[in-house]
Ligand binder design. Structure first.
Ligand SMILES: CCN(CCO)c1ccc(Nc2ncc(-c3cccc(O)c3)n3ccnc23)cc1
Length: 295
């Protein structure tokens, strides 16, 4: 269950600072995500920040509430340009998680509806940013466990942030993986073999998911293993098959995806190596570093 609430105390936002739109950005069994603004008085300047608010439904289910508190506790420890920032929690008519808004929404949806205006170089830039965010998570010993294009949110078409830490886990100092006790509604098409066979999750299994996320991006929001259900994918992979190179995908990027789908996790690159490959290729095609604030 969720513990040490004291750490998050300073993180509680009072309800009258929040103005919530009717606009619903998304919904799930947890509740829904709404658009809104957070009124601030930073150094007595009255300002406001666009926010996404995850609103918990049927409050009484302490299970869902604990899960949201765990998500908040994880995000509270993260600070990186390529990871969605949590601004705080608000306990009012229901429990709310307040995040800094990434207003262009999920990467897969964006690419599906902007095929013509996003170049291959633009996709390489976005996926390099995701690899930097994941390298940061790896260094901090957090396992995401739900990396997919639907959980990469865009500030704009040149700036991506990793989101949805609902399944994430902090590894113990000398743990090399997280062992799930039970299986849940798992995104099997994004999961490495060891996750499915042994319920073992590590940054190396996040690397496998990163490969599938790359495939989605270079497919402009295509759905992986289209004709199969999750359980069929397990056999497909075991027989040595992999997703095919998307037509617009550069050879070097497909090679990296294939490396991320190395069956044995010990032989898979880690995010330090994957980020290095992305950076090398990105510089080779546009010879300029990522702006410090890619706004
Ligand atoms: C393009 C418009 N559109 C699609 C609407 O149909 C759309 C969809 C989503 C968003 N933006 C966001 N949706 C959800 C979360 C979120 C909330 C809680 C936890 C968490 O990890 C993430 N979030 C955090 C920051 N920005 C967002 C912006 C636009």
């Amino acid at each position: 269950a969720y513990h040490n609430p004291k750490d998050l105390k300073k993180f509680f936002i009072n309800r009258d600072q929040l103005v919530m739109d009717e606009v619903e950005l998304g919904s799930g069994n947890f509740g829904c995500v709404k658009k809104g603004v957070l009124k601030t008085t930073e150094n007595n300047e009255n300002g406001q920040i666009d926010v996404a608010i995850k609103v918990l439904k049927n409050e009484n289910e302490s299970l869902v509430k604990d899960e949201m508190m765990r998500e908040a506790e994880i995000m509270h420890q993260l600070s990186n340009a390529y990871i969605v920032r949590m601004l705080g929690l608000c306990q009012a008519e229901s429990l709310m998680l307040v995040m800094e808004m990434a207003s262009a929404g999920p990467l897969n949806k964006f690419l599906q509806s902007n095929k013509s205006s996003v170049s291959v170089e633009g996709i390489v830039r976005l996926m390099h940013q995701v690899s930097m965010g994941m390298r940061y998570l790896e260094e901090k010993k957090f396992v995401h466990r739900d990396l997919a294009a639907r959980n990469v949110l865009l500030v704009n078409q040149n700036f991506a942030k990793i989101s949805d830490f609902g399944l994430s886990k902090a590894l113990g100092a000398d743990d090399r993986y997280y062992k799930a006790r039970t299986t849940g509604k798992w995104p099997l098409k994004w999961y490495a073999p060891e996750c499915i066979s042994f319920h073992k999750f590590s940054s190396k299994s996040d690397v496998w998911s990163f490969g599938v996320t790359m495939w989605e991006a270079f497919s402009y929001g295509g759905k992986p293993y289209r004709k199969m259900v999750g359980t069929q994918v397990v056999d497909y992979i075991k027989e040595g098959n992999r997703l095919e190179r998307p037509s617009q995908c550069p050879e070097q990027m497909y090679q990296l995806m294939m490396d991320c789908w190395t069956y044995n996790h010990e032989d898979r690159p880690d995010f330090q190596q994957a980020e290095g490959s992305m950076r090398t290729y990105y510089y080779s095609i546009c010879n300029q570093p990522q702006p410090s604030c890619p706004c």
